[in-house]
Ligand binder design. Structure first.
Ligand code: ARG
Length: 605
């Protein structure tokens, strides 16, 4: 039951083929054309997936669903298999598909043409991997991530948010989506009263203080909290300070600014280490918008009085969403409502994504529902934009299975964590190079850069590779191991490919233009096919907001490369030019994955 899809030469190539987009998108376009020819009376979206069996590369699963739609309507089809046969036959003639066959109840198995796969890889090598960007249905995304709180600890949870958020941002940006990277820092709230009063008390000359002068802000926070809890008179002053700050009194605003500035300096150091870009629009930014936003919600009859507070009751939730506290102050929820209003109406974002620990899921669920009640967002069942998503993640655990802590301090300093990863990877590298007598080939600068890339990359990858919703155990030993699914293993795999290319005597740049990729050996074909799946993987990772999908791809790719390299001789073989191009393409795709994961690739290890 095999039909050649590229048989009839007189038909022009399908217009769908000129389109960009992932391979899956392109196959879907072809299937859409076939569906229109097969069942013109039914309007149906193509269902295309990577083939689960071994009789094809992709499969179309429309036949079974179509059968239940058309049977009994006087259709000439006898069964779903017959619809499958027709879908296969009606695939437009083109250079993409080699053949299509039908299995079981009507699965259409599609085999891609080897020469098309080879050409797609070679085009990428010549024109760059950006030509493989997939097309997403959004233009502008607000990504709210990292978002630590001023003067409070920036804990490992914020590290997770920063790493996951940055990767999502990079993946969207690769897909040509504009990303507003928002740092929604907690820079507003009652804690500032006590911080300001404590600042006045401890540093009478606070106005002249440099950003380092207070020392450690977390220690400062703790001390002021202790003072607040122990001294009623101080507590009183602190509470008045909040009122004076919110009333806009000059001196209090200046002190608040000072504290924010010091915090910001600390955060920025971590962002610099991690190479993460963020634009701060803290909670205070949205404060002026809160009254008008609540006014709108009130006039829609959504806000009610309850036990002295103003609240929104939400279906399916026992407790309401408080938007004005009993003391008349605004809170986290009122700020988030105002921020969402701003992001939708001023920033005109189509997708607003929040990256926080799963503990905040209820908050997001409630305030998204409130926004839907107000008509700001369409029903999620309609799958329309604008939409909001909460990207939740689990806890970081220590080896003891409890919340992660380091020995010395209760809270984990992110800078220290990254430093330790770097120095550990440096000593391993040194040891290995010394054992192999290769230490002489390395400059100090190279050693330093490499251990940084490997160490920091290991921390990021260990976080990203997990399904983000699960808790994960932080272990230097595990993440810095060169075996298994770790960044270190992947860095080695990439460096090895680079060294293969260096050791051959061919000019790869020249080969890209003049050479030809052939995918004659089965392991070459498998590798080639997996390479061109890159775009749909990024698409899937963006659509489902799952960086782990990209990690899994990267790891599988390196395994497929190993199989290819074990079974296909590269250097010194007659196929050397073609195989070198496959090596180069693998290295390029791996580097692009590293780049999206925020990891600096190393070329020599
Ligand atoms: N500052 C919050 C925290 O540390 C995270 C803010 C997340 N963003 C938001 N729009 N609520 O938990």
């Amino acid at each position: 039951t095999s039909t050649s899809a590229s048989g009839s030469a007189q038909e022009p190539a399908a217009p769908a083929l000129q389109g960009a987009g992932s391979v899956k998108q392109q196959i879907s376009n072809l299937v859409a054309l076939s569906l229109r020819a097969t069942v013109p009376e039914v309007d149906v979206e193509p269902i295309v997936e990577v083939c689960t069996g071994k009789f094809g590369d992709y499969q179309c699963n429309n036949a079974m669903g179509l059968w239940s739609k058309v049977k009994g309507s006087g259709t000439s089809f006898k069964n779903p298999n017959a619809i499958g046969q027709a879908i296969a036959k009606n695939l437009p003639a083109c250079d993409v598909i080699e053949s299509a066959s039908v299995a079981g109840p009507g699965f259409v198995n599609i085999v891609l043409s080897k020469s098309w796969v080879a050409k797609r890889i070679q085009d990428m090598l010549v024109n760059g991997i950006t030509t493989w960007a997939s097309i997403l249905p959004v233009k502008r995304v607000v990504l709210d991530f990292s978002s630590p709180n001023i003067a409070k600890e920036m804990h490992v949870g914020h590290l997770r948010s920063t790493i996951i958020g940055d990767t999502l941002a990079r993946m969207f940006e690769f897909s040509n989506v504009e990303v507003l990277r928002r740092n929604h820092v907690g820079d507003w709230g009652t804690q500032f009263g006590m911080l300001i009063e404590f600042l006045f008390e401890k540093f009478p000359n606070w106005e002249e203080l440099g950003s380092q002068a207070i020392g450690d802000l977390q220690v400062f926070y703790k001390a002021s909290k202790q003072r607040f809890d122990e001294d009623a008179e101080f507590k009183d002053r602190a509470q008045q300070a909040v009122v004076r700050l919110q009333g806009g009194e000059e001196k209090y605003r200046a002190a608040w600014k000072k504290i924010c500035e010091i915090s910001r300096n600390e955060f920025d150091q971590v962002y610099k280490l991690l190479d993460v870009q963020l634009e701060e629009k803290g909670e205070s930014f949205y404060n002026p918008y809160i009254p008008q936003v609540l006014e709108k919600l009130s006039s829609q009859g959504l806000i009610e009085e309850s036990e002295g507070a103003r609240v929104i009751f939400i279906q399916g939730h026992q407790i309401p969403l408080i938007v004005v506290k009993r003391d008349g102050g605004f809170n986290y929820a009122s700020t988030d409502l105002a921020a969402l209003w701003y992001r939708l109406n001023v920033e005109k974002a189509e997708w607003i994504i929040y990256v926080t620990d799963v503990g905040q899921q209820q908050h997001f669920d409630m305030f998204f529902k409130a926004a839907r009640m107000a008509g700001w967002l369409p029903d999620p069942k309609e799958k329309k934009f604008p939409k909001t998503s909460h990207v939740g993640f689990g806890l970081v655990l220590g080896a003891d299975g409890k919340r992660f802590r380091t020995r010395s301090t209760e809270v984990v300093r992110l800078g220290d964590l990254l430093d330790e990863a770097k120095s550990r990877s440096k000593s391993e590298l040194l040891q290995r190079l010394t054992e192999n007598g290769k230490i002489v080939d390395w400059t100090d600068e190279e050693l330093e850069q490499t251990s940084k890339a490997v160490g920091y990359g290991a921390v990021k990858y260990a976080d990203l590779k997990n399904n983000r919703l699960t808790n994960y155990t932080f272990s230097f030993d595990q993440m810095l191991s060169d075996k298994g699914n770790t960044a270190v293993y992947l860095q080695y795999a990439h460096a090895r490919i680079c060294s293969i290319i260096r050791k051959s005597n061919m000019d790869v740049e020249e080969l890209k233009v003049s050479g030809n990729i052939s995918l004659a050996h089965p392991d070459e074909r498998v590798l080639g096919l997996y390479l061109i799946r890159y775009a749909e993987i990024v698409e899937e990772a963006c659509t489902n907001l799952l960086p782990s999908v990209l990690c899994e791809y990267l790891y599988n790719l390196s395994e497929m490369f190993t199989r290819f390299y074990t079974n296909c001789q590269v250097v010194g073989s007659p196929e050397e030019p073609s195989r070198l191009l496959l090596c180069e393409a693998t290295a390029v795709v791996m580097r692009q994955c590293f780049q999206l994961l925020g990891i600096t690739p190393v070329y020599k290890l």
